[in-house]
Design a protein around this ligand. Structure first.
Ligand code: GDP
Length: 309
């Protein structure tokens, strides 16, 4: 079946929501709905999504569309799917934009430790399995071992890592990406997709955003319309704290899709719904482990079935 593996902790956490749904009856519906709203907020859905979900139920109860506990739960799950899918409808489906001919360039951003480099590795494996030739650009020049980490992934997945430019005197992500894009575009038969890793240090946010903005610009200067995707990697164990990061990155450079990592290690998976409700940016992939196959294309229905029995 399509139920997600890796959302067990969130499912356990949402046992309290399950219990409330099982208490519900038409006669004292309102008390349970209020408790349900609180439980959703406490489970990291956030006030906006919790309110929207409960309001939706209230309206359907009023219209007589919900009469029993079974239909209450089905409607709640349907509303969650509705929120998760609304962003995809607005801005393209779950698949990544890859052009039929020429080099496709994908930019991957996010703060340190969120799982960016791992995601770049997992993406390269997915693309390789689909028959694409992949080059990785090691734009995280700030972290000492980031290039080596990418080389390990590249070796595992049949990709390669673009060499640094010879004239680079000190680590410079903008130069690394410019050089990788230039090489990739010069001989297009060489690779189909260039995935660009970036630095995510946070001790100086303005500098980071400025640098990432320049990274993006250098790619669009190299090829019109590039990058075809700008993916933001967010650590889902931080719950709704993901929102602040996402807003900032989106304001600076525009994000086309989210990758939410480490869902396997958190009970805060409800935040996935809250983030999409607040931002309206589609989730493209979900990370549910450290292995190469632990990156799943996001499927709203399967996800909701995974968190709520
Ligand atoms: P970066 O600093 O953003 O590039 O982060 P890394 O890719 O180096 O990842 C930081 C840590 O998170 C590493 O130990 C990864 O193995 C781990 N990690 C990344 N994605 C996932 C995931 O989906 N699930 C789990 N459990 N761990 C992950």
């Amino acid at each position: 079946n399509r139920v997600f593996q890796g959302t067990e902790k969130t499912r356990e956490r949402l046992g309290v929501v399950d219990e409330l749904l099982a208490y519900w009856n038409l006669d004292d519906s309102e008390d349970t709905l209020e408790e349900l709203e609180d439980a959703l907020i406490a489970s990291d859905f956030g006030p906006g999504a919790a309110l929207a979900l409960v309001e939706g139920l209230r309206e359907k109860i009023r219209l007589g569309e919900i009469k029993d506990q079974g239909s209450l739960k089905q409607e709640l799950k349907k509303s969650m799917v509705g929120i998760l899918e609304s962003a995809a409808v607005n801005s393209g489906s779950g698949e990544l934009a890859v052009s039929d001919s020429g080099l496709s360039i994908i930019l991957v951003v996010g703060v340190n430790g969120g799982g960016k480099t791992t995601t770049v590795g997992k993406l390269s494996s997915r693309f390789a399995k689909e028959g694409y030739t992949v080059t990785l650009a090691a734009g995280d020049t700030f972290r000492a071992a980031a290039k080596e980490q990418l080389e390990v992934w590249a070796e595992r997945t049949g990709a390669r890592v673009a060499e640094y430019p010879e004239d680079m005197e000190k680590p410079d992500p903008v130069k690394v990406l410019a050089h990788a894009a230039e090489l990739g575009l010069r001989d297009e038969r060489d690779s189909d997709i260039l995935i660009c890793d970036t630095s995510g240090r946070i001790h100086n946010n303005f500098k980071l955003m400025d640098e990432i903005e320049r990274c993006k610009k250098v790619l669009s200067d190299a090829k019109q319309g590039a990058p075809s995707e700008t993916l933001l990697v967010l650590d889902s164990t931080t719950g709704l704290n993901m929102l602040n990061q996402a807003r900032e990155f989106n304001d600076y450079i525009g994000i086309t899709g989210l990758v939410l990592t480490k869902l396997d290690g958190t009970a805060r998976g409800g935040a996935v719904v809250g983030v999409v409700q607040e931002l309206g940016i589609p989730i493209k992939f979900i990370g549910v482990g450290e292995k190469v196959e632990d990156l799943q294309p996001f499927d709203a229905e399967a996800f909701v079935d995974g968190i709520l029995s």
